[in-house]
Design a binder for this molecule. Structure first.
Ligand SMILES: Nc1ncnc2c1ncn2[C@@H]1O[C@H](COP(=O)(O)OP(=O)(O)O)[C@@H](O)[C@H]1O
Ligand SMILES: [Mg+2]
Length: 277
């Protein structure tokens, strides 16, 4: 089973009061690709992940996941498609009183009958599988803990362990490192990418840590103001593209003004001998 492909054509989403969150996005992501979405807060990363993950319908344009536009599929096929996508939001909605083992194994629900899913709430089957997935993120010792006893970073990693046991063919992960220290962040990202590589799953991941995005992902999509500012192999992303992405094109002229030492003579913008009419 190979990873899913994603295509956006002119995808536009407006949130409340007509505010544009993503604005005519064109994007193609191949099966098994690993893509990092970066950009300033409010750039549209979470919204784009929701559109790609068939959780949010674009107001204009189209998204194609695999072969199909999810919003034109009949209910049963849409459910099947969603079962092959793993959406990991920044704050995973894990039931607070649930045991970690149950929360992780719930990642397999897409494969299970209703009866089996309900029974798993009473008696979690296959705790070893949950343990192994948790161990990948150094959380094996939390197998029997209650979810509400976990830190924010541990909850995020439980959500990723859940992705590991899921039947998904694509992972859409929103800022998985936001509550992790740098060492754990590197380990988590390596584990996630290794898992997707082994299975051939597509991975689309939003990140605030530009250095980690460049180090771990072969392809970087920079978003700014709801648009694709650049879409490049990571080796081709320059400091300048990063600066423009986060500070805008005007940043350079601002920087020049700030960089002029106070003692330096102020250059005369008018060539000598000319005057303003
Ligand atoms: N539920 C919402 N209601 C209103 N505006 C929203 C909502 N979600 C996001 N937005 C707005 O849409 C824009 C893009 O947001 P988002 O996709 O969350 O960006 P990012 O993930 O890059 O920070 C922002 O201007 C944000 O304020
Ligand atoms: Mg976001």
């Amino acid at each position: 089973m190979t990873g899913l492909t994603f295509t956006c054509r002119g995808a536009t989403v407006r949130h409340g009061q007509g505010r544009v969150a993503i604005d005519g996005i064109d994007l193609e992501i191949g099966a098994g690709e690993q893509v990092a979405l970066i950009g300033p807060s409010g750039a549209g990363k979470t919204t784009l992940l929701s559109v790609l993950g068939a959780a949010l319908r674009p107001h204009e344009g189209q998204v194609i996941v695999g072969e199909a536009d999810p919003w034109r599929l009949p209910g049963r096929q849409l459910r099947r498609l969603r079962a092959s996508l793993f959406n990991a939001p920044q704050a995973p909605p894990l039931p607070p009183r649930q045991r970690v083992v149950t929360a992780v194994l719930a990642g397999r629900l897409g494969n299970w009958s209703l009866g089996r899913a309900l029974w798993s709430l009473v008696r979690p089957g296959d705790p070893r599988q949950a343990f192994e997935a948790l161990e990948v993120f150094s959380l094996g010792d939390r197998l029997w803990s209650r979810v509400d006893r976990l830190s924010g970073g541990e909850r995020q990693r439980v959500s990723l362990a859940r992705a590991l046991v899921s039947p998904s063919r694509a992972l859409l992960v929103d800022e998985p490192l936001s509550a992790l220290d740098p060492a754990l962040a590197h380990q988590t990202l390596s584990a996630l990418i290794g898992h997707c590589r082994n299975r051939g799953d597509t991975l689309i991941c939003s990140l605030h840590q530009v250095d980690m995005a460049l180090e771990h992902f072969p392809r970087i999509v920079g978003l700014r103001d709801g648009r694709v500012a650049f879409d490049l192999p990571s080796a081709e992303v320059s400091n300048r593209s990063i600066r423009d992405l986060y500070f805008g094109h005007e940043a350079e002229s601002d920087r020049v003004v700030v960089a002029v030492p106070r003692s330096a003579p102020v250059p005369n913008p008018m060539p000598a001998g000319r005057c303003v009419p």
